[in-house]
Design a protein around this ligand. Structure first.
Ligand code: COA
Length: 485
């Protein structure tokens, strides 16, 4: 698990992946026929959620019967297949959801294959004393019901599967309705790995047409002991109010502070690299910048030197009226703005075309100077659009950045060499992830220390989830014996 990628290595991975892509026939469009795609029938995907739960329960029984070594064998083949088929899933994901970038999605699959913890994450604890020995073990919950998103679809299915299988659970997935082909491709991949390792043909399962109704069947079925939800605010809320033990990974709106002690050139590059990763789909990605006034011009120049295109306030307002749309709540009649689904995860070039600006492919991010109340600051867009708000000092920066994060306690970033400023912001913002002097993706192990996940459970507190998050603790006490000292 100790993989410390340097920037040069990351670029090398992306370059080799792109080379591989050219060699393979492109998937020009997603031909999902419900049961499979491009003529291939998926294994473990059912038309009825009840059948999918039956299958996941059988999978759970099979996992329970496996030794840790056998589980690890399945996981190791999942990792191999994930690496080999990363570009297929990346192309399928972009083709189906119309969001993100193939090269970055491929790199995200590599990250999942390399840095999702397996069975080594499951550690027993022992306490001995005058009264004997007490053993605490991390046990599986049983069958887990997992709700997965459209933003990182196959990445989440594979990452969840590795962690849940390592912990000894069975899994049934209810993928996002806009990413069914990609998510179920990943379900099929897990089942192929199981069969190759000598395990059952169906280890994890899913449904052909997931909806909120199929999700509700999953919530209510007594065989589902744990719900894990990675998604938008609506679906996370529905899981957390299901009455079952649930792990929720939801929205963020990560702010970035840049003070006048930072390496400004590096900060400009890091912020653009993080903000544009998979066109801003990862929920950890930089969403708005608070820059000290005395370095803001230099920071903007550094961003422009790294593929950012600066638009005027008028152009920003015009773009905001396109990328956000008004929605009326049918129950309350209250109007609010939501992101325009057709703009989420799109290339900067495509978004600029919408306001009549034509640029080359080298432009990967749209930047603009705004005030704090601008829609770009207040709404999590998940697009390569980055508003920059000038601030006088660290007090104002922290005050506004905390407000912009809206109490999600998800992720925040800072570029600074001032330890006091870094510490003050980290304490004030209380986020699950706090990245200092690096692109946001360092926070999920891409060029940073630590394991990876696409299920960042802020609301329920598990944080950067891994196998141990999907376990329940069990205690076994042996009285007055087995202490050997
Ligand atoms: N299964 C079934 N239904 C699902 C679902 C799933 N896995 N995921 C979402 N839905 C439902 C939602 O509840 C919603 O239903 P409603 O219209 O009745 O309220 C509907 O599908 C559309 O959901 P949503 O994803 O919110 O809308 P969208 O497709 O227009 O939005 C995004 C797209 C990208 C903006 C949105 O999905 C989002 O915010 N994603 C963030 C995901 C994420 O990665 N979060 C966790 C980070 S740790």
């Amino acid at each position: 698990m100790a993989i410390n990628w340097t920037e040069a290595q990351i670029e090398q991975i992306v370059a080799s992946v792109m080379k591989g892509l050219k060699a393979d026939a492109p998937i020009s469009k997603c031909e999902y026929n419900g049961e499979g795609y491009n003529g291939k029938k998926y294994i473990g995907v059912y038309s009825d959620m009840n059948d999918a739960i039956d299958a996941a329960e059988q999978g759970y029984k099979a996992i329970r019967a496996m030794s840790l070594e056998e589980r690890e064998k399945v996981i190791s083949i999942i990792r191999d297949l994930c690496r080999k088929e990363a570009h297929i899933m990346a192309e399928l994901g972009v083709s189906e959801t119309k969001m993100g970038r193939v090269d970055h999605k491929t790199a995200k699959h590599m990250l999942v294959a390399d840095k999702t913890p397996g069975t080594s994450d499951i550690q027993a604890q022992v306490k001995t004393g005058d009264y004997g020995l007490t053993l605490t073990e991390m046990a599986p919950f049983g069958v887990v019901g997992s709700i997965t998103p459209s933003t990182n679809p196959s990445e989440t299915v594979i990452c969840n599967s590795i962690g849940m299988i390592a912990a000894g659970n069975g899994v049934v997935f209810n993928p996002h309705p806009n990413a069914i082909a990609t998510s179920n491709y990943a379900v099929d991949l897990i089942n192929r790995a199981s069969a190759m390792a000598g395990g059952p043909r169906v280890l994890v399962s899913s449904v052909i047409k997931p909806t909120l109704d199929t999700a509700n069947i999953m919530y209510k079925d007594p065989r589902i002991k744990l719900l894990v939800c990675t998604g938008g605010p609506g679906v996370v809320k529905s899981v957390l109010s299901s009455g079952k033990k649930a792990i929720g990974a939801g929205a963020g709106n990560p702010p970035v502070i840049v003070d006048d002690t930072a390496d400004i050139k590096k900060a400009g590059k890091d912020i653009i690299d993080g903000c544009t990763f998979d066109n801003n789909l990862p929920c950890i990605a930089e969403k708005e910048v608070f820059a000290f006034n005395n370095i803001a011009d230099e920071l903007i120049d550094a961003m422009k030197a790294n593929g950012a295109y600066l638009i005027t306030r008028e152009q920003a307002d015009k773009l905001a009226s396109i990328v956000l749309v008004e929605k009326t709540n049918p129950k309350t009649g209250i109007k609010s703005k939501i992101v325009n689904r057709d703009c989420v995860g799109r290339d900067a070039r495509v978004l600029l075309e919408k306001i009549g600006i034509n640029v080359c492919d080298k432009i990967r991010c749209i930047i603009c100077e705004t005030d704090f109340n601008h829609d770009f600051v207040q709404h999590e867009l998940m697009m390569p659009i980055l508003p920059i708000v000038r601030v006088k000092n660290i007090d104002e920066a922290i005050d506004l950045a905390v407000k912009a994060e809206h109490g999600n306690r998800h992720t925040a970033h800072m570029h600074s060499k001032n330890i006091d400023n870094l510490t003050r912001f980290a304490r004030a913002v209380e986020t699950t992830i706090f990245v200092k002097n690096a692109p946001s993706y360092a926070g999920i192990g891409f060029g940073g220390e630590g394991h990876t996940t696409f299920t960042i459970a802020g609301p329920t507190g598990e944080g950067i989830t891994s196998a141990k998050s999907f376990t329940r603790l069990r205690r076994c006490v042996l009285s007055e014996s087995f202490r050997i000292i």
